[in-house]
Design a binder for this molecule. Sequence first.
Ligand code: DHB
Length: 307
Amino acid sequence: DLSTTIGPNQFSNPLINAAGVWDETALELDELVASTAGGVTTKSATLEPRSGNQRPRYADVALGSINSMGLPNQGLKYYLNYVTTHDASKPIDLSIANPNPMDNLTALQMIQDSSFQGLTELNLSCPNVIGKPQIGYDLAALKQILQQAFKLFTKPLGIKLPPYFDLQQFDAVADILNQFPLTFINTINSVGNGLLVDPTSERTLIEPKGGFGGIGGAYVKPVALANVHAFRSRLKPTIKIIGTGGVRNGTDVFELILCGADAVSVGTTLMQAGPQLFTKLQDELIQLMVQKHYPSLATFRNQLKAA
Ligand code: DHB
């Protein structure tokens, strides 16, 4: 049994696409809905459509990926229309990300006023909008946007966080988050502003921001495990955790749940393998659970032991 719950939403299995992967158009979203994914996230939407940064803006290497997409998306109305009109055979996580924080409140009001009944994921961690900081690293701004958001929004709300690297940061962020009726956090977004270079051509792999971009894939798995585990031990139990970062196989999914994740999302590997990946990950996870005699995710979730 791979089922899991986030807020009012029941997932048949814990696997979801990470926001921004295979989810910009209705065609791609239809493919995710038709796949064996347990849930579907939509590309982080801004109020108006955006074409994003200059290409090349994404590159794969052996251990992961780098991206500086710059929030190319069809605009919130497009995704709101998709999620309120398509046949809801699985939970939908509607992601929003607005470079101007005030626009997030407008976006939340639009979702509040719609018939959408799924999860909303407020992305506070996009590293790629030129000239705009990641809100998740500015704790005063983080608290302020949550205060404003919960004044107008009563539907299930989660936030996508950037990776943190210091135990005092985990304490301070968790302190803030515990003051709000959050349904979930999603941790981690890419490790922002990494740099991958090609030693042959002596060039950066992507064009925007002098080659700096968000790092995903195997590079970031230890950071993801640490962020999931650090927040699981600090957040009140009503705040669920979507663990994201470095999943390439069923064992990686198992490890994120062992560290405390309620659900798991997949970015870089989904980009590389496409939506048929979800069946492989579930088969591998089930095989591992059978070997270990775990009948459900709850029997090993957050059960990590010391060495
Ligand atoms: C983009 C990248 C992110 O990591 C994110 O959270 C949102 C948007 C992007 O570049 O499109």
